[in-house]
Design a protein around this ligand. Structure first.
Ligand code: C5P
Length: 221
């Protein structure tokens, strides 16, 4: 456990993956386990912060001393992030937010009809929460951190994304079939809007979380 350098600070962490319902039993979702977000919440609490963890569809146990807010959809996640961010010193968006949602929700289970082709699923774009809180900046001095999973040109794509989103730090990880999702370990580079580049070698998700909080604490002064 590091020093309690986040004492008196309120930090918000989003974790897990959103699910966008098609009908009462089906959804569009992703493979995020929530482990990195939970590691961020645990380590921030150990460093003295008051932590709000906005957890999208995670089955992980609530970390001790952390205020956990369960959410389902991207719209629900957005609502809770905006609410909690209003008095937060830092916001870390570790959740995998669905980029799109089905346009219509069927109140009853969608049935397959015997001699008919399936209907295509029409999608609408979800709001980009990270970009919204970063460009909207409701609290001066607030440090905002995003995550990006990239499969190629990791650094170049990360730099472009950092700029596009307008956040202060972007944790970029390379993803592949056996990398990152559901695993206990991670490997990343943390890019700063100030041009900094902090490599985090392959290791436990806690280690990456500690590096994120080191960089956040440095920017909070
Ligand atoms: O654009 P991309 O999905 O790669 O960006 C990932 C980052 O943006 C993550 O920090 C994620 O939590 C955030 N995000 C968001 N709202 C979305 C999509 C992604 O806040 N609709």
């Amino acid at each position: 456990v590091g020093e309690p350098d986040l004492t008196g600070r309120h930090v918000v962490v989003s974790a897990g993956g959103t699910r966008e319902p098609l009908d009462p039993v089906r959804f569009l979702g992703n493979r995020s386990s929530g482990k990195q977000g939970y590691a961020l919440a645990r380590t921030a609490a150990a460093r003295g912060a008051r932590v709000t963890l906005i957890a999208a569809n995670s089955t992980l146990p609530d970390p001790a001393g952390v205020d956990v807010v369960p959410v389902g959809t991207a719209a629900h996640l957005r609502e809770e992030v905006l609410r909690a961010a209003a008095d937060a010193d830092a916001v870390v968006m570790a959740a995998a937010v669905a980029d799109f949602r089905p346009v219509t929700y069927a109140a009853g289970k969608i049935k397959k009809k015997d001699d008919q082709e399936p209907e295509p699923i029409a999608l609408a774009r979800n709001p980009d929460i990270l970009a919204e809180i970063s460009t909207g900046r409701i609290r001066p001095g607030q440090v905002i951190v995003g995550f990006a999973a990239e499969t190629d040109d990791v650094l170049a794509n990360g730099r472009a994304k950092l700029k596009r989103k307008g956040c202060d730090l972007l944790v970029v990880n390379e993803v592949g079939e056996r990398k990152t999702f559901g695993s206990e370990e991670n490997e990343a580079v943390v890019l700063g809007a100030d041009g900094s580049e902090t490599p985090v070698p392959h290791g436990p998700k806690e280690a990456l979380a500690e590096t994120v909080w080191d960089l956040v604490a440095g920017r909070l002064g």
